[in-house]
Ligand binder design. Structure first.
Ligand SMILES: NC(=O)c1ccc[n+]([C@@H]2O[C@H](COP(=O)([O-])OP(=O)(O)OC[C@H]3O[C@@H](n4cnc5c(N)ncnc54)[C@H](O)[C@@H]3O)[C@@H](O)[C@H]2O)c1
Ligand SMILES: C[C@@H](O)[C@H](N)C(=O)O
Length: 357
């Protein structure tokens, strides 16, 4: 995800390969109009005022996912609509297309990406269907252009031999999914590029992210998104995980704010380059009970997806994020009651608008 500075910074490349398939979300950031002034790499936005032309440019690739559209909205407020370019390999919905600059970009296509970072248009080359390659492309381009790089990792970067309750930042990481393995690879490669080449790499391990303005993407934690849509639309929800499956979760606003905060943190406050961040941990039955406080008629049934259950049973139950809270002041704002209230308000309002039209 992007942190944009007066200096060139590449912000983020995240490659998530869910249990099946590839889902990258990446953001590269560069200051197109080099100002003669070189802002020190740790100057904070708040102490450095940018003129309109000074505003750096942000490129979000894989941006049509659960996180990218919200992030673009947040950054466009901060840096100006035309300074934040959203991209993906999918066609954007019309409202997204008209909300600001959008281009097609495949992060596995080194040439395409380099053209974009250099400010060119770039033809889409054939995507290389290798998750790891995309990360290498981004790492090399970030190192080549002196950019800052953010890569999101996940609770999925841990496995059944990791401590689960709580899971600390530093412990055994032997995930059993290609998704988790590719994330551990991203963490290790990012830190290697940081220590060996001085790349300003930063990484957060996100819990399951919950948001109302996009449909679940098929992840193991996405039952916690689906329940809200079903509760409002049909009053019935069938959960694919066991009622007592505890997983770390976070509302999207906390996730996006954490990302911006870690990318704006002065480098000398960071004792690590990869951090756990936490907000809450709950089970399906705890979540259902909280939703039923607002929608008492909600009926819950369980049809266990054994593949996802096995993945969930190998992931952290609770995240220890003391290092993030100590180093750069991380603090979540949404706990379970606030999450449920916010999600139902959003989806409920949307559903009423849909019924009225
Ligand atoms: N959403 C969560 O709960 C969560 C939790 C932990 C970590 N993360 C990480 O955050 C990042 C973003 O997650 P998300 O939920 O927005 O993902 P998503 O699956 O919702 O979206 C990924 C996007 O990448 C696009 N894409 C696929 N192949 C591409 C390619 N070759 N080049 C460019 N774009 C391509 C897809 O079209 C899609 O729009 C991922 O790295 C994921 O691992 C997400
Ligand atoms: C946790 C995260 O990586 C994603 N939402 C998943 O469940 O796979």
């Amino acid at each position: 995800m992007p942190v944009v500075r007066a200096l060139n910074r590449v912000v983020r490349q995240a490659l998530a390969a869910p249990p099946c398939g590839y889902q990258p979300l990446a953001v590269a950031v560069r200051n197109i109009s080099f100002s003669p002034r070189q802002v020190t790499s740790d100057a904070s936005f708040h102490s450095v005022s940018f003129s309109e032309t000074d505003h750096p440019k942000v490129l979000i690739t894989g941006g049509l996912g659960q996180l990218g559209v919200g992030l673009a909205k947040l950054l466009r407020k901060r840096f100006g609509k035309n300074n934040v370019i959203l991209s993906d390999i999918r066609k954007p919905p019309s409202n997204v297309f008209h909300s600001g600059p959008f281009i097609y970009s495949d992060i596995l296509d080194y040439k395409n990406l380099r053209e974009i970072v250099r400010g060119g248009g770039g033809e889409r080359a054939l995507a290389r269907a290798v998750n790891i390659t995309g990360l290498h492309n981004i790492l090399d381009i970030a190192a080549e252009h002196g950019l800052r790089l953010f890569v999101p990792s996940t609770i999925g970067a841990f496995g059944p031999t990791s401590p689960r309750n709580p899971t600390p930042d530093l412990c055994v990481q032997r995930p059993r999914t290609i998704y988790g393995v590719s994330k551990v690879h991203a963490e290790l490669m990012g830190e290697y590029y940081h220590h060996r080449y001085g790349l300003d790499f930063r990484c957060l391990r996100y819990p399951g992210i919950i948001s109302a303005d996009s449909q679940p993407g098929g992840g193991t934690t996405d039952y916690a998104v689906q329940i809200f849509h079903d509760a409002v639309k049909t009053g019935k929800f069938e959960c694919n995980l066991k009622p007592d499956t505890r997983l770390p979760m976070m509302y999207i606003d906390d996730c996006l704010r954490a990302t911006l905060e870690v990318m704006e943190a002065p480098a000398d406050t960071l004792s690590m380059r990869t951090y756990n961040i936490n907000a809450m941990s709950f089970t399906p039955e705890e979540l259902a009970r909280e939703v039923q406080r607002q929608l008492p008629d909600l009926q819950i049934t369980y049809d266990i997806d054994h593949v996802r259950q096995a993945i969930a049973d190998s992931w952290p139950m609770n995240f220890d994020d003391d290092n993030a809270r100590r180093d750069w002041g991380w603090k979540h704002e949404y706990d379970l009651p606030e999450l449920v209230q916010t999600m139902l308000n959003f989806i409920g309002a949307e559903s009423r608008v849909a019924q009225a039209s």
